[in-house]
Design a binder for this molecule. Sequence first.
Ligand SMILES: [Zn+2]
Length: 248
Amino acid sequence: MKMVIKNFSSIQHHRDQKRCEFDLLSKKRYNESCWARSKTDLAELYNYKCAYCERDLRKYGNITIDHYRPKSKSKYYWLAHEWTNFLPCCTFCQKKDDNFETAKAPQYNPPLLADGSLNYDFCKADSSYLLAEEPLLLHPEIDNPDDHFVFDENSGELLLKYHSIKAETTIRLLNLNSSSLCFERKKLVDDFFEELDIWLSELQMDKSDLNIALKILKIHQEKAKQKSDNAEFSFVWKYLQQSLSYKP
Ligand SMILES: [Zn+2]
């Protein structure tokens, strides 16, 4: 998971919300085009990666839009068209489905203004109205995952940086330490160091200049730095970049 900056005040999305508000509030009827139209914008914003697990969405089937707070009629149906509630998601993380947990009582009632219309300021994922629930699922546009997780190169798992029910629940709800995810992440580390070792051992065999070996190391550092921004599992690349920086 990687933090992403999204403009929470999208005018176009607000227009869509207003247009569909009556049906949503009076009949709990969704208009799917409100989130279907956001697919491309969200995919580009997230570099075509799942907002939760960072799998490449183009490799694992269709891009789906997850409602961070579930849009089911018994829960947060009034957030069904809310832009800050949309996250691009892979088919694996889609299994989270209607699961969402909070430390305090959930706000299932829509926040309404005196005229009965929806209070859109309170619908934003970072509003005090919604944050009062103390959600136990990290939101990559509000929470910085780097504050919560560390990467374990031996197992490929995400470990907790400190005891946090929110980080723990996030891993559980999204199965972020599934065997397939751990395998992919560990493979990335193993392949990276294997390639680096081959380069360095060949240079030693040739008794080449140490400066060349350092240049190779620098190239690998640069590769890890670039990948740490946009590649699949960016936090693994960030970890690799940091681990190379510590080498003498
Ligand atoms: Zn995912």
